[in-house]
Ligand binder design. Structure first.
Ligand code: SF4
Length: 402
């Protein structure tokens, strides 16, 4: 896979803290006891502890804390909705504004990358035990890391060419550059986790794997995009968000011109589709969703990025009809609470109205030998929530070894 410059734009990197700025920000921390920010992180990344380390100029210690608690610490620094989690809980908000926890985490993880540091070590507590993780999204990676640290022999099976699941294929590189995700994955490799890529596990194989492995963790994600059941839904030019984002990331130089684009959906995926369309040179872009602007589920920094690119967001309208002859030409929307309608010209419509598990995985349930977690269990949530569920599964698996 090659990423051509058009999608390599990295505002996150441009905005990264330097040493002086990080120290200034960390010095605002109140060093709370029982830090509320730490309670607000589903993955237990423990910002209270790592910010304390930064404040005392111990950047190594900060990076070590992050890494011990969150195998995807570098990626989470960039993609986590901190405003809804740790930063929402920050005590400093009562004085002026919350500590920029994501930025400080990014600073510590850049230190790790710059110095090529390795903080995690492996012990031999469960040497001889074998676990297979199916899927390589955040839940599987987190589960694998916690197990590998305890000496478990872990193999991750991934049907795609590259590791990372949605993080790799559905998040645009300007929001999560590949080298940041690779930094996280390299920590797993250093722990001895093995990866079987291009390997789709069938139900028949799953039965065989039960003999080969002590336990199996399934974190298969929600790879099936939802569709809309309205007139014209089968017209050409209507594409699913995950297909669009994957194609844009993997193969955008061969994509046909997008023309006028209408995106339906106010979540992070919808915003990613909007910014990606802009970078790919769409003629016009409108992002339309049911919720109010404030109520749209995308995190604020994603909405801000869309605003900064000059992409109009149209709130509180629902799509009622796709219009065209063979190919989509227009989309009609009705207001959620009044009689007004709008008609938008569209050569491409991108549906970002949610994802669900594929039919194959829907019947998989936790049993004595199989554990599940991540989006396929929670219906699609944040990466950090999936990490949390992967860690819970790892703890249950280790409990079973006792
Ligand atoms: S809640 Fe805010 S002020 Fe308190 S320790 Fe965490 S980052 Fe610092």
């Amino acid at each position: 896979m090659t990423q051509t410059p058009v999608l390599d734009y990295e505002p996150t990197k441009i905005e990264a803290y330097d040493f002086r700025r990080a120290m200034e920000e960390a010095s605002r921390c109140l060093l709370c006891e029982d830090a509320p920010c730490s309670m607000g992180c589903p993955a237990n990344t423990d910002p209270g502890k790592f910010i304390r380390s930064i404040r005392f100029k111990n950047v190594n210690g900060a990076a070590e804390t992050i890494r011990e608690n969150n195998i995807l610490g570098a990626s989470c620094a960039l993609i986590c909705p901190q405003e809804k989690l740790c930063e929402l809980e920050c005590s400093r908000s009562g004085i002026d504004r919350p500590i920029q926890i994501g930025k400080l985490q990014q600073f510590a993880m850049e230190h790790e990358r710059a110095l090529n540091k390795t903080y995690l070590t492996k012990n031999d507590k469960y040497t001889g035990k074998r676990v297979a993780c199916i899927g390589s999204g955040p839940a599987s990676l987190a589960c694998a890391a916690d197990l590998a640290k305890e000496g478990v022999d872990v193999t991750i099976f991934e049907e795609n060419q590259k590791v990372g699941g949605m993080l790799r294929y559905a998040i645009p590189p300007f929001r999560l550059p590949d080298y940041v995700l690779d930094q996280d994955i390299s920590q797993l490799e250093k722990l001895g986790v093995k990866f079987e890529l291009n390997h789709s596990v069938t139900f028949a194989e799953l039965e065989y794997m039960k003999q080969e492995y002590d336990h199996i963790f399934v974190g298969a994600g929600t790879w099936q995009s939802k569709k809309l059941a309205i007139p014209g839904a089968d017209l050409q030019g209507i594409v699913l968000a995950l297909d669009f984002l994957t194609e844009a990331k993997e193969n955008h130089s061969e994509m046909a011109p997008l023309g006028d684009v209408v995106i339906i959906g106010g979540g992070d995926v919808g915003m990613d589709c909007a910014t990606t369309s802009k970078l790919l040179g769409a003629t016009s872009i409108y992002n339309v969703f049911l919720e109010s602007l404030e109520g749209a589920p995308a995190v604020q920094k994603e909405k801000d990025f869309v605003f900064r690119m000059g992409i109009p967001l149209i709130s509180e309208f629902k799509p009622v009809e796709f219009i065209g002859s063979g190919k989509v030409e227009k989309v009609r929307f009705e207001h959620m609470t009044n009689e007004s309608t709008i008609l938008l010209k569209a050569d491409t419509v991108i549906l970002a109205v949610g994802q669900k598990v594929t039919e194959d995985t829907v019947s998989l349930k936790e049993t004595e030998q199989i554990f599940t977690g991540g989006d396929m269990d929670n219906g699609g949530n944040t990466a950090v929530q999936a990490i949390s569920e992967g860690r819970v599964a790892a703890a249950k698996i280790m409990e079973s070894f006792k």
